[in-house]
Design a protein around this ligand. Structure first.
Ligand code: SAH
Ligand code: SF4
Length: 362
């Protein structure tokens, strides 16, 4: 099988080129052709000697995951579905706003962590995405959205908040993050790339040591008893440990706060007392809150908190001096809102929902 050059970050590509007796600057040229100019054909790489082009054609490919569908929401949000083989497909969402364009990228086919309120989690887990499949979502979105190197800011921000838990796929996520930051690839600043995690405590430290980008932590509950229920991973890494890891991360982070995501579940985690407990919990961690109105999906037991409840919850956090935003529900008419991403997952872990109901958005 040919090597997929989208699997390499700059260092990896340079190492492979060296092994092939080629100079590092050649690797940088190829990196730019692939990621800045969006090329997948070696013949288009015109400043590279024909002999090297022929050699690359014989040994390697540039192969992003194929686009299966592209849906457009009334609010301008776009949802892409990518084929990652063996009956699995993952989703990527582009959210245009006045001052930025955010691409929400998937990192796994499914997710093994099984948060109670998450559609991806309910589908089970198939496998980790490769680096090529992760960065390939950015590559393809740039192409579909018509980005050119001069107009690179169509995608100004990337968030790893699609399907899957990024820190459970550390080895493949890190080179993808490096490519997002690389000036020969997507050239985004660390502050504009965000990893969202449900709280894999040791991997938060590793991320800080390896490629510190902005960090969002999916909190959803202010105490262990409730969080154990909503985010089962909490039983392994309880809140005290998670908060300590967040504090350590701030020494490395490009931002001076952690974003805490909090999904608003009617009657479950949305009382005034929960808001006050949340304030007590994060006392030691400079924080920003992002409240996410729960997005329902078929056969969920949860309901979205009422708007006035969310506002009151937000007020309590604001009054305590915290920047607290409410995430706009974007793209929900095409099931592209947070937690609605379903893709297609051939579950290998367990089967809570029959596969026949999983392709609903296809
Ligand atoms: N696995 C990572 C990133 C993907 S989930 C994580 O959990 O952080 C991205 C965000 O969507 C998380 O904050 C998650 O808690 C939230 N989310 C999941 N299901 C949701 C739903 N049904 N409604 C609203 N937000 C949801
Ligand atoms: Fe996985 Fe995140 Fe969904 Fe939890 S919320 S099941 S960690 S994708």
């Amino acid at each position: 099988m040919s090597l997929n050059l989208l699997d390499f970050d700059a260092e990896g590509l340079t190492a492979w080129f060296a092994q092939e007796g080629e100079k590092p600057f050649r690797a940088r040229q190829v990196l730019r052709w692939m990621h800045q100019f969006g090329r997948d054909d070696f013949d288009a790489m015109t400043d590279i000697a024909k002999s090297l082009r022929e050699k690359l054609k014989g040994k390697a490919v540039v192969a992003p995951p194929p686009l299966m569908s592209d849906k457009r929401s009334d609010d301008g949000t776009r949802k892409f579905l990518f084929d990652v083989g063996s009956g699995n497909a993952v989703e990527t969402v582009f959210i245009p706003e006045d001052d930025r364009g955010t691409l929400c990228v998937s990192t796994q086919a499914g997710c093994a962590l099984d948060c109670a309120f998450c559609s991806t989690g309910k589908q089970g887990f198939n496998r980790n995405l490769t680096t090529a499949e992760i960065i390939g979502q950015v590559w393809q979105a740039n192409r579909v959205l018509g980005a050119t190197p001069k107009d690179e800011r169509i995608i100004s921000n990337v968030v790893l908040m699609g399907m899957g838990e990024p820190l459970a796929n550390f080895a493949n996520v890190v080179p993808a993050l490096r490519l997002m930051l690389d000036d020969n690839a997507y050239g985004l600043s660390r502050r504009r790339v965000t990893v969202s995690t449900s709280g894999i405590m040791p991997a938060i430290d590793r991320l800080g040591d390896t490629v510190p980008v902005a960090l969002a932590v999916s909190l959803h509950a202010p105490d262990d008893a409730l969080r154990d229920r909503l985010v089962p991973l909490n039983r392994k890494y309880p809140l005290a440990e998670l908060m300590a890891a967040c504090r350590r991360y701030l020494d490395k982070s490009p931002r001076d706060f952690i974003t805490f995501e909090y999904v608003m579940l009617d009657g479950i985690n949305d009382s005034d007392a929960h808001a006050r407990a949340l304030l007590a919990l994060v006392r030691q961690v400079p924080a920003k809150f992002n409240l996410i109105p729960f997005n329902p999906f078929p056969r969920t037991e949860f309901r979205r908190s009422r708007p006035e409840r969310i506002r009151r919850f937000q007020e309590i956090l604001l009054d305590a001096g915290y920047v607290t935003t409410q995430r706009k529900t974007r793209g929900d008419d095409i099931d592209a809102a947070c937690g609605q991403l379903a893709g297609q997952v051939r579950d290998k872990s367990r089967r809570t929902i029959p596969l026949t109901q999983q392709g609903a958005m296809a």
